[in-house]
Structure formats: C-alpha cells, structure tokens
Design a binder for this molecule. Structure first.
Ligand code: PLP
Length: 409
C-alpha cells in the first residue's frame, strides 16, 4: 500500500469538505483570564480574549486550586507512578473520589483520565455486567457515549432528542424482562438546552430501566452545591450513574462516574479503560478536589450567580442587536450563522481584527446548515469584554450582510 497517498487522501477529504481543523496556539495568563497570548504561524504574538473556553468559572486560576496543586507537587512529585491497581492509588485519588461521591450524594465515585474515557469505559463495560442490556441513547449524546455504546456491542435504540414519547415507544416495544439503561445529558452543549430529567426518571421507573446522566456541562455551575442540573431539579437520587468532567467548570483535568458502591466496584473491576492506564497525577487530583470543595460552598454560590448574570447580560445585548441567539436559559450562548464559510469568516475576522477568539462550530459537531459561533461568558468576562464583543459582532454582522432574524429558544 502507498501509505503516504492514503494519508494524503484522508486529509484531502477533510479539506474538500471544509472540515480540516487547525489549532489556534494560545497561552492563557494566570491572573488575567479570559485574556491570553496567541502565537501566530509567523511567530508574532497577539493579545486575545478567549470567548470559547470551557473553564466556565475561571477555576483554572483560582488560588485555592493552585495552592492545593503546589502542595501536592512538593509532597509527591510529578506523576502517580502506576495504574490504580498497581501502585497508582494515592491518598489524593481517594480524597477526590470521596469529594465527588459526597457532591452527588452517592456511595462511591471512580476517577478516569477524562470524562470521555469515563463514558466510553463505563458504557462499554455495562454490557459485560448486565448481559442482554439494551441502551436507549438520546440522539444528541456526546461522541464519548456513542463510542462506549457502540463498543459494548449489544442492542441500542436511539430516541429523538429530548423526545419522551419516542423514548417511551421504544421502551414499550422491547421485552419487559430485558435489562435496560437510558443514557442522556443534562445540558447539551451545542444548543445549550436541558434534558427533562424528572420525566425521563419517571419513564425509567415505569420500565425498570437504569439511568445514566452526563453532567459534563453542568457540574460546578448548577445546583446549590454545584452538583449539576439533577441536583438543581432534586433528581440526583434517581440517577443510577452520573458522569462528569474535572476539566471544564472545575478548571483542572480528568473525569468520573458517581454511583452506588456496588456499581462503582463492578465498573472498577471490569472496565479496561480504567484498569489498564496510568492514574491521574496526584497534583491533578488535589487541584480537582480543591475546586469541587470550593464550588460546594458560599464562594461557589457567588460564582454561579455571577456566571448566570454574565450569560444573561451577553444574551440581552446580542438580542438587542437582533442577532439570532439560541437561548435555553443556560450559560452557553450560541449565535446561529447557518453557513460554514460565513461562520469561519466571522471567527477569523473577530480574531484578526479584534483579538476575540471564538472557534467556529461546523459539521459534524452540529448538523449542516446550523453552523454557529458558541460563546461561553464566565465570571472573568467583565463589562469591558462584553462591550468589546458586542460592538465587534454588530459591526461584522453588518459587514457580512447576515440576517438579524431571531433564532429559536
Ligand atoms: N461529555 C460531554 C457532553 C462533553 O461535551 C465532553 C467534552 O467536551 C465530554 C463528555 C468529555 O469530557 P472530557 O473533556 O473530560 O473528556
């Protein structure tokens, strides 16, 4: 085989479809979030404001998180030195898992290298634990859930996004005796809409199904202690397995599941994605635990309020310009562009002319024709940053002669 030609062909397909991705080289500056330095291809530097980050609360520069990480670094060194089963379980991992279990009101938690791996490893392993398991998966579930469900290899049913009638219809059509699991997200990050958790739990109860909820875009930010939408909606006790990340609102890195002690014990014992990989560094575990601890308390409540206020302020201003924002009353602010070329052009102009960094969101992340810019205001985006963004969007939207009709809510 001509391997080089095959590589060229694979990359060429992406170029042809306009889906070839390039990295923007940025360096965040601690103490100055959301500002960062971009290094251009020619080596020159540009001051930018990051508007598409998922460090939703700025915890990546929080003094308590950094202090915990410094302390762990000095105490234990760089890495964990092993897999969890072979010398890679430390007091930091245990403390983090206790913190997570307490956050979600569950008996236990299990930390993975990322929430992607946690979804992939858990969902693919549940089929070994519950033979004949049928998984009912929301059509807009994240790639990591899709991959885990695919890898598990058993029966799966895809229900239309947030469509309770369709979910019920699919469940009713299957053998009542078969083990079942409903897998869904709390906040779907591209449209920023929210799942009807309570109604899904009602249906799960009716059909004897387990529930699996991805709270990646909600932990830290919703609920009295930041445990997510299920906590806010008082449904946490009805979810069998909660998945989330330590890399977004908690500002660090890693992912986890929280569940009953038996469920965690079984996943821990069977999941290759947990067993055969080096555990996260103690430094990372210490930082994540500090972030969770902080956000459970008064400081967290204040940040959550600020976060929602900033999102509301940005939406109000963009809506005032008649820009088609997608608003589901969450912290993410997608602006519908509806064309991949315009979307990329706007993103490039914002970056080059205004130092505003927002990545274009194109197919396959979202369906063709729904291309968008996805802004993530945070407590570290002040009035000045919002003002600059709104003025730039107004100007560029006019220059590009884009439609100002309102998008869906
Ligand atoms: N689940 C959802 C819904 C996500 O959007 C993402 C990542 O963006 C993940 C899981 C994976 O999280 P992590 O970045 O910790 O792997």
């Amino acid at each position: 085989m001509d391997y080089t030609a095959a590589l060229d062909a694979a990359l060429g397909r992406l170029h042809d479809e306009g889906r070839y991705r390039t990295f923007i080289d940025i360096e965040r500056r601690k103490g100055h979030f959301p500002h960062a330095i971009r290094t251009r291809a020619d080596g020159s530097e540009q001051k930018i404001t990051v508007w598409c980050g998922n460090d939703y609360l700025g915890m990546g520069q929080h003094p308590e998180v950094l202090a915990a990480m410094h302390e762990a670094l000095e105490a234990t060194g760089a890495g964990s030195g092993g897999t969890r089963n072979i010398s890679g379980t430390t007091v930091y991992h245990n403390r983090l898992e206790s913190e997570i279990a307490d956050l979600h009101g569950k008996e236990a938690a299990l930390v993975f290298s990322s929430a992607y791996i946690a979804n992939d490893a858990t969902l693919s392993t549940l089929r070994d634990i519950f033979p004949g398991l049928i998984i009912y998966s929301d059509a807009l579930n994240h790639a990591s859930m899709i991959e885990g469900i695919r890898k598990g290899g058993g029966a799966k049913r895809i229900f239309r996004h947030n469509d309770l009638a369709h979910l019920r219809e699919l469940l009713a059509a299957d053998d009542p005796a078969a083990p079942k699991l409903i897998a869904f997200e709390s906040i779907y990050s591209m449209d920023a809409d929210v799942a009807p958790i309570s109604a899904i739990c009602d249906i799960a109860e009716e059909f004897g199904a387990l529930t699996y909820l991805d709270e990646v875009h909600a932990v830290g930010m919703y609920g009295p202690r930041g445990a997510g939408i299920a906590e806010r909606d008082r449904q946490m006790h009805r979810i069998d397995i909660i998945n989330a990340t330590l890399g977004k609102a908690y500002g660090v890195f890693g992912g986890y599941i929280a569940a009953s002690a038996k469920m965690v014990d079984a996943v821990r014992s069977y999941a290759p994605g947990f067993i055969f990989t080096t555990s996260i560094p103690p430094v990372v575990a210490a930082g994540a635990a500090a972030a969770i601890r902080f956000l459970k308390g008064e400081g967290g409540r204040a940040l959550r309020k600020q976060h929602q206020d900033q999102a509301k302020a940005l939406k109000l201003r963009l809506r005032g310009l008649g820009l088609p924002i997608i608003d589901h009353d969450t912290h993410i602010v997608p602006v519908h562009v509806g064309n991949p070329i315009h979307c990329k052009m706007l993103s490039d102009m914002l970056l080059e002319q205004f130092g505003i960094y927002v990545q274009p969101i194109n197919f396959p992340t979202v369906p063709r024709g729904t291309e968008r810019l996805r802004f993530t205001p945070s407590p570290v985006h002040g009035a000045a940053e919002i003002d600059q963004l709104v003025k730039a969007m107004d100007l560029l939207w006019g220059q590009c002669a884009l439609n100002r009709a309102e998008a869906s809510a």
